[in-house]
Design a protein around this ligand. Structure first.
Ligand code: UT7
Length: 331
């Protein structure tokens, strides 16, 4: 596939993180774990947890308002809101519609996509399609995840890994040359769905007393198998995004990988040939916020001055499905 002229650009980003910090020491009081184990196996020191009153739509709206303000975009100017979430506030209607109402985006279409941790890059590509077709000029891409609501707080193998947060981006037709999306890549493998899933609570195995007793509506993960697939798939995703942009790892000024585990981030960077001083890491502070990790990391990188005009930025993610995806941007 050849490098193509960019169709869209990311004008601005925003993020929302709940105030409450849950440390590894706090988790030691909840399950049989230690700060040492969590740090050594994952690199996570603490994560944010949203209160009971805070839902996915509200978190996403807070991140989106910041991105819109930075882009000087009014709610009525947004043509489409694409929300990625694995933790919708309810099953019907979409979290995106709740967000549309919260924002007062009266001229916008709104819907959710479900691509787990790869969701932001998937949603960015969906927004690109709307703009390419001429159906939209301004898109709001929001990833919002209240992972604390779907983890089993008695399962030490999963509950230590996740956190809550939301990230948003205003996306519009390429024009200024800044924030341009140069390439993207997406893949999936549903044959491996059961390695990371919520087995019940949908229409196939509806919620009932047995489901609640067995906690089969909560996240289950075969960690080691997921780890291996994540390393392999993120390597492929990095290769593909670079090839499609006509670049190599040496051209990347900042790698913004999905933040699931420090060891997966290290392996991805090493494979792509990007030294660690050019890799953005915040997994230590927030844990795995599923699809919200990439836009939150991008927003923090921009705020910390780690993105200069003209820099090449690579986004890479992997998650339940399995899904994996990547994109190269020119900041
Ligand atoms: O968002 C995208 C999808 N998710 C991921 O990418 C996550 C991918 N997987 C991982 O990051 C890692 O597999 C984990 C961090 C989840 C686990 O690390 P691991 O090195 O693969 O450990 P393991 O699952 O093989 O478990 C090793 C041992 C086990 O004990 P035994 O059987 O060796 O006696 C576990 O029972 O560690 C034990 N263990 C724990 N010990 C203390 C599992 N969780 C914990 C814990 N604290 N929280």
């Amino acid at each position: 596939m050849k490098a193509r002229d960019p169709i869209v650009e990311i004008v601005s980003t925003g993020r929302y993180l709940p105030d409450r910090v849950l440390t590894n020491a706090d988790l030691e009081k909840i399950v049989a774990t230690t700060d040492e184990w969590i740090m050594e196996r994952t690199g996570i020191r603490e994560r944010r947890i949203a209160g009971p009153e805070m839902g996915a739509a509200e978190m996403g709206a807070r991140a989106a308002r910041i991105a819109m303000e930075r882009a000087n975009v009014l709610p009525g100017e947004v043509d489409v809101i694409v929300v990625s979430t694995a933790t919708p506030d309810r099953l019907l209607p979409s979290t995106a519609c709740d967000m549309q109402a919260l924002l007062g985006a009266t001229n916008a279409a709104a819907y959710d996509i479900s691509a787990a941790c790869s969701g932001f890059i998937y949603a960015l590509s969906v927004a690109e399609g709307h703009i390419a077709s001429g159906n939209a000029e301004i898109a709001l891409v929001v990833s919002t995840e209240k992972m604390s609501g779907i983890v089993d707080w008695t399962d030490r193998a999963t509950c230590v890994l996740f956190g809550d947060g939301a990230g948003a981006a205003v996306v519009r037709r390429a024009g200024t040359g800044r924030g341009a999306v140069l390439s993207s890549f997406m893949r999936s493998d549903g044959t491996l769905a059961e390695l990371l899933w919520r087995p019940a609570g949908g229409v196939k195995v509806p919620m009932d007393i047995a489901v609640l007793d067995e906690k089969s509506h909560l996240v289950k993960m075969a960690g080691r198998e997921v780890f291996k697939s994540a390393v392999r798939s993120m390597a492929e995703a990095a290769d593909q995004a670079l090839m499609r942009a006509g670049l190599t790892g040496a051209d990347i000024d900042l790698l913004v990988p999905h933040q699931a585990n420090m060891r997966i981030i290290d392996a991805t960077a090493r494979y792509a040939g990007v030294p660690m001083d050019r890799v953005f890491v915040n997994v230590d502070r927030y844990g795995n916020m599923s699809s919200a990790t990439v836009p939150i990391a991008l927003d923090e990188a921009a705020e910390q001055g780690r993105l200069k005009q003209g820099d090449h930025v690579m986004l890479v993610a992997f998650g339940a499905g399995f899904t994996w995806a990547s994109a190269v941007l020119r900041w």
